[in-house]
Design a protein around this ligand. Structure first.
Ligand code: COA
Length: 260
């Protein structure tokens, strides 16, 4: 039983719903650690052939890491948070069983990164994507600098991460950030299940090898840029700008950055 996740196993598809709708499903420590547990369940439970990650409520898939947990943390603690979340996201990305993101609303920061760690993405027309960490004096810390760049290309990724702007579903689709927009929001989960049902009828050992080889092609693994991202995320925790950015968010005001 999970505290922050709701799970449902039907027709060999495990639907995992992140369930903190009052906080727009922000990834606090409990959600991160339960995501780690549920991924292991996906790996080991023979009744599960594939999985869906989605968010509870009409507004958000996941609105990012829980900013309230970042207050007063050291550089080292920041790096540890990034390393822990990144490890779990690597387990998602390298799962031998397909994991799809059904993006039902905001997919921001860690939410966009979680969706990108999945093997593919479907979204509602109301979905909004983005890496707004720069607004907090931070950078993406769960693989976003790497996976967004690989999915949509360097120029678009840099612009999105430097402006922190939100990307609507249609633009996300044009960029290749999502595979499909499901026009009827109520049908997002059923359409995702239909796609996974097609895959579930294929040969599991071949599926696992396709995922493995594609990840090699995409350099999706705990090295290089991913490692530097975790270190750089930690470095931001040592800055006044990050303290100002996160405090301003929690106080619901605009931040005043000084470059220190
Ligand atoms: N961490 C912690 N709490 C968050 C959160 C996050 N990433 N995102 C939203 N929340 C909380 C809000 O603080 C608010 O809590 P409250 O009701 O106790 O005040 C609640 O969720 C609802 O969010 P709110 O901001 O009131 O909704 P909105 O519709 O006005 O705005 C967003 C929606 C997504 C634009 C806005 O919540 C936002 O910018 N969130 C942060 C996104 C972000 O920077 N993510 C990266 C984090 S590293």
């Amino acid at each position: 039983m999970y505290k922050t996740l709701h799970t449902d196993l039907t027709d060999n598809i495990l639907t995992v719903t992140i369930n903190r709708p009052d906080k727009l499903n922000a990834l606090n420590k409990d959600v991160i650690s339960e995501l780690g547990e549920v991924v292991e369940e996906i790996y080991t439970n023979k009744d599960i052939k594939s999985a869906i990650l989605t968010g509870a409520g009409p507004k958000a898939f996941v609105a990012g890491a829980d900013i309230s947990e970042f207050q007063g943390l050291s550089k080292e603690a920041g790096q540890k948070i990034s390393a822990k979340g990144s490890d779990i996201f690597f387990r998602i990305a390298s799962s031998p069983k397909p994991i799809a993101a059904a993006v039902n609303g905001f997919a921001l920061g860690g939410g966009c990164e979680l969706a990108m760690a999945c093997h593919f993405r479907l979204c509602a027309p109301t979905a909004k994507f983005g890496q707004p960490e720069v607004n907090l004096g931070l950078i993406p810390g769960y693989g976003g600098t790497q996976r967004l760049t690989k999915l949509i290309g360097r120029g678009r990724a840099i612009e999105i991460m430097l402006t922190g702007r939100m990307v609507e579903a249609t633009e996300a689709h044009t960029m290749g950030l999502v595979n499909y927009i499901v026009t009827e929001p109520d049908e997002l989960l059923s359409e995702t299940r239909k796609l996974l049902a097609i895959i579930n009828a294929k040969a599991p050992l071949a599926i696992a090898r396709i995922i493995e080889c594609v990840n090699i092609a995409a350099d999706d693994g705990p090295f290089g840029g991913f490692e530097r991202e975790q270190e750089a995320f930690g470095e931001c925790f040592g800055t006044e700008d990050m303290k100002e950015g996160t405090t301003a968010f929690l106080e619901k005001r605009k931040p005043r950055f000084r470059g220190a």
